[in-house]
Write a protein that binds this ligand. Structure first.
Ligand code: TXA
Ligand code: MG
Length: 336
């Protein structure tokens, strides 16, 4: 059931369901989450079951402000504090040492915890209402089946979990790809998942260089399991291939006027305008701007799936830092 997330009565009833241990579809500025009380083990078990997600894959816990982070974190290093100050509320998740005995199942048994303070007004209103009822934080992975494309509208969430799930509608997500994840448990910021906030912004906010996962792996213990960091993830049903614009045009030329079977089997998504002699190739323009592309990316992949597309040919995004988040999601979709 989809409720208007901006209506005060929806927030009140959403907060009551969270307190009662129910699941709730929740908008954030990145993607929609499947929310539950972070300290309620039975409710957390429902998230893992609904998503088909392995129970040792930790969930992000959402908090209304940085003061609430201290309930979950055993320790907050100075540089992490600076990042929270600079980017919260917003699309940044910090991994911190976990307070023992708190949110253990949400953390998938890790001794760390992922914390994020979302900026979306509906998420903020819900978090504050829940806090008023004694709930410190809300665990919410992206509201999609394990391994699939994250939802960026309430309708996407309904498509994933059906009508029995209550979903707060907060409109289409403004950012469209998941938060940047920075591991703050290793003495220096480590980028676990690229997002709208870039390593350069992290560095300038805390004055420390951001290590890549590869650099970390080269000289440290393995990073905790992170499903958003599995190679094949964010996959639509269609096969995704990434190629440069010239190769993409050559592929379309080779296809000629004829493609097998009926329907729009092939779709393209590119910044350049492509020529095709086949009427059946769906051609979708990728914006020139990385943020605009991120905002529509998952919705575009879902639209192609809904149209029965079997093969999506995507122009490889530019090799520039602001495109890292989009490129990362597309590379994972192509690995699926
Ligand atoms: O933008 C977002 O982050 C969205 C919205 C709903 O907030 N949430 C999201 O959650 O993307 P999810 O569960 O789909 O991805 C969470 C990622 C996973 O890769 C998970 O493994 C990682 O965060 N993560 C969470 N806690 C962690 C921890 N303690 N250590 C390492 N990674 C962690
Ligand atoms: Mg996810």
């Amino acid at each position: 059931m989809i409720l208007d997330g901006f209506a005060p009565e929806s927030i009140a009833s959403g907060a009551r369901s969270i307190c009662a241990g129910e699941l709730l579809g929740l908008p954030t500025e990145t993607v929609y989450g499947l929310a539950a009380d972070a300290d309620n083990q039975a409710a957390i078990a429902k998230i893992f079951a609904a998503k088909g997600r392995p129970a040792d894959h930790p969930l992000i816990v959402h908090v209304p402000d940085s003061a609430s982070a201290d309930h979950f974190a055993a320790r907050v290093p100075d540089f992490a504090r600076q990042l929270m100050q600079a980017f919260w509320p917003g699309p940044l998740t910090v991994i911190l040492p976990r307070q023992p005995g708190v949110a253990g199942s949400a953390a998938g048994g890790q001794d760390s915890i992922g914390l994020r303070c979302p900026a979306h007004p509906v998420a903020q209103a819900l978090l504050q209402a829940c806090q008023g009822l004694g709930v410190w934080g809300i665990a919410a992975p992206s509201a999609n089946q394990f391994g699939r494309v994250s939802p960026t509208t309430a309708q996407h969430v309904q498509g994933e979990f059906g009508d029995s799930l209550v979903i707060l509608d907060g409109g289409p997500c403004a950012i469209g790809i998941e938060s940047t994840i920075i591991d703050c448990t290793r003495g220096q910021p480590v980028l676990l998942r690229p997002g709208a906030i870039t390593p350069a912004q992290i560095q300038s906010a805390c004055g420390q260089r951001v290590l890549s996962k590869e650099e970390l792996l080269a000289h440290a213990a393995p990073a905790p399991r992170a499903s958003g960091t599995l190679e094949s993830h964010y996959a639509p049903k269609a096969k995704v291939r990434l190629m440069d614009a010239k190769t993409l045009q050559t592929a379309l030329d080779l296809l000629g006027a004829d493609i097998d079977g009926a329907g729009q089997v092939i779709a393209t998504y590119s910044r350049v305008i492509l020529q095709s002699r086949s009427m059946k190739v769906l051609r979708r323009r990728m914006p020139d701007d990385a943020a605009a592309t991120a905002q529509q990316l998952f919705a575009v992949l879902r639209e192609f799936d809904a149209q029965g597309v079997k093969l999506i040919w995507v122009e490889t995004p530019p090799d520039e830092p602001e495109w890292d988040g989009v490129r990362d999601r597309l590379e994972r979709a192509a690995a699926g």
